[in-house]
Design a binder for this molecule. Structure first.
Ligand code: GLN
Length: 289
């Protein structure tokens, strides 16, 4: 019965709209949820001619209930897309953002050809480390993560993408698992950078579900940014880079901090025009990259 899938979708759309989504959001998400349960692509849903089985209906209901209660879609589905690839996510790791894809793009532009090591601080689900390694076959990545739950998810993703030989994840607090280097040509991080004062401005979907320790940082949100810039020289090879995602209002201050520490800096804007990525280099000029 071909019409059945449309009736089901319409019912799901209505429920999602009642929970506060716009019609267009609800239609997109309804398709994604059904596709997820049927294990097909979102557009293939329309061509699903078989009636839904009771198990499929039950599974859809379960996911829909969680979504309607406000849980982010990526957690409900247990996966998110990053750089065109699927990664496992769950409560306990940050849901990867498009801005972070830009962090990866900038990081890739900083890595010269040839085998070398990159360090990622705060790997979360592992999307940054794993994408760098997938895009550059000669690269090795050492990622550090404090949360055991996040580390578990990062290891699952590493296995899924078969990167056990080039990506290494260690548990620890920022650079703490490492002895003084130098090892790395690049230190990259999407650190927690939301200031305590900004916490209440966050939408409930983020505030109530995503891990606070992945988002929130003392000292006006600058704590981890400052710590990275201060400690990175111990682990960076000569002419190495620090590449950090930063808060959209932090650019000028971050630049000042990095310059004071002796770095040459450049800030790259995101697609919304916000200053979003800091590139800092200890020696030489940025023009040489
Ligand atoms: N590196 C992960 C990401 O960018 C996690 C970052 C974090 O938890 N602050 O999605």
């Amino acid at each position: 019965m071909k019409g059945e899938i449309f009736q089901n979708l319409a019912k799901i759309v209505k429920k999602l709209e009642l929970s506060g989504l716009t019609n267009s959001e609800a239609r997109t998400e309804a398709r994604i949820i059904v596709a997820h349960v049927l294990r097909v692509g979102p557009l293939d849903v329309y061509f699903h001619s078989k009636p839904l089985t009771p198990e499929e209906k039950k599974e859809i209901e379960k996911l829909l209930k969680r979504r309607c209660q406000g849980e982010p879609l990526a957690y409900v589905l247990g996966e998110a897309e990053f750089w065109g690839r699927r990664f496992v996510v769950g409560q306990g790791v940050l849901i990867p953002r498009p801005e972070t894809e830009q962090l990866v793009e900038v990081a890739l532009s900083l890595i010269s050809p040839g085998p070398q090591w990159v360090c990622e601080l705060g790997v979360g689900s592992g999307v940054v480390s794993l994408t760098l390694a997938l895009e550059r076959k000669d690269l090795k990545v050492f990622g550090i993560e404090k949360s055991p739950k996040a580390l578990q998810i990062a290891l699952t993703n590493r296995k899924q993408w078969r990167l056990e030989k080039r990506v290494f994840f260690a548990r620890g607090d920022w650079f703490s698992p490492l002895r003084p280097g130098p090892y790395f040509s690049l230190v990259v991080s999407n650190p927690p950078y939301i200031a305590p004062e900004e916490w209440t401005e966050l939408p409930p979907e983020i505030r109530d579900y995503e891990p606070k320790e992945a988002l929130w940082a003392p000292k006006k949100g600058l704590y981890y940014i400052e710590k990275t810039l201060r400690e990175a020289p111990t682990y960076l090879k000569p002419n190495g880079f620090v590449c950090l995602e930063i808060g959209y209002r932090q650019g000028p201050l971050v630049r000042e901090i990095a310059s004071r520490m002796g770095y040459k800096t450049e800030i790259i804007k995101d697609f919304a025009g916000h200053q979003r990525i800091l590139v800092a280099k200890l020696k030489d000029t940025l023009a040489h990259r």
